[in-house]
Write a protein that binds this ligand. Sequence first.
Ligand code: FES
Length: 372
Amino acid sequence: MNDRLPPAGTLLTPTNRTAGTALPAAAPTPAERVTTVSHPGPAGAVTAETPPDPAGFVLTVATRVLAADGVVCLALRRPDGGTLPPWTPGAHIDVLLDGGDGADGGMIRQYSLCGHPEERDVWRIAVLREPRGRGGSAHVHDQLREGDAVRVRGPRNNFPLRPAARHLFVAGGIGITPILPMIEAAEAAGADWRLLYGGRTRASMAFLDRLAPYGDRVLVRPQDTYGLLDLAAFVGPPEPDTLVHACGPEPLLDALRDTCAHWPPGTLGVERFAPVEAKAAGPAEAFEVELTRSGLTLTVPPGRSVLEAVEEAGVTVDFSCREGTCGTCETDVLEGTPDHRDSLLTEEERAGGDTMLICVSRSCGPRLVLDL
Ligand code: FES
């Protein structure tokens, strides 16, 4: 077992992605980019050079409590009670659920950290049981008990809170988890903010007690009482120095994207539960990948990913979700044009063509050269 923790002070980030920072107390900056997916933080954000350890490290389930109907909240601590790596609002960790070491294709899930970043000896996650899921949430609900060991990796932040004078937060169901630390950071920074929080029923909505002190800044709107969220009324007309951060199911995020269509580019930042359906720009045929640091040239056949080809060649590369949502496998492109099929990069990053998520993305042409 590898129980090594990342060095203290390390924020783990993908290869060339920046980590988010806590809101500065200084004047806000305007939004600058369009995105409907998770995206990097503002210029000047804290970055880290230490790559994640694929094997992760082991924590103990210190407490396990029901946070709402179908939602269990776990507090994870080091077995020795020591300090954990720092994180910023919007960050998530990988949880390796079946005892694997992350290199064996086992069950790895990403969960947002929903505690307080200043609590340096505990990470808190909340997991919704998904009856039609792939088994991760059922494993957490049915198998993990207080005192159990669980292997984790991270933290990593693809959904940082960008600084602004005014924030509109929208959370659907368990999507409240990354939003909670964001609103607490916005509050601490003195920003103007409001939260629209929807769920199936009030009993299914976690953390209402933690939101109660914020009074009418928080609109709690269970669907069985209020119907669908009135996004247009909540978002309203464009206002300066205002950003929208949202996490929730796809229909909610799609509707919010439409609602924000008349806002300045870059206003909306979202974190998704699941990958968006990829629109392939390139052919389905085989292509060649040259790995400059490894000195290898591989063929990626139809139906196989670059990540799979690289793994089969014995090259070690970090990965987690294998579905283009977490950013772990982000790789620099030195030559060629990627056929982006992920759910993470911004339109700007796609157009730049100098980075790709190799677990899902392919090549528009016959050859790619990667910094691997
Ligand atoms: S492994 Fe998660 S984006 Fe590729």
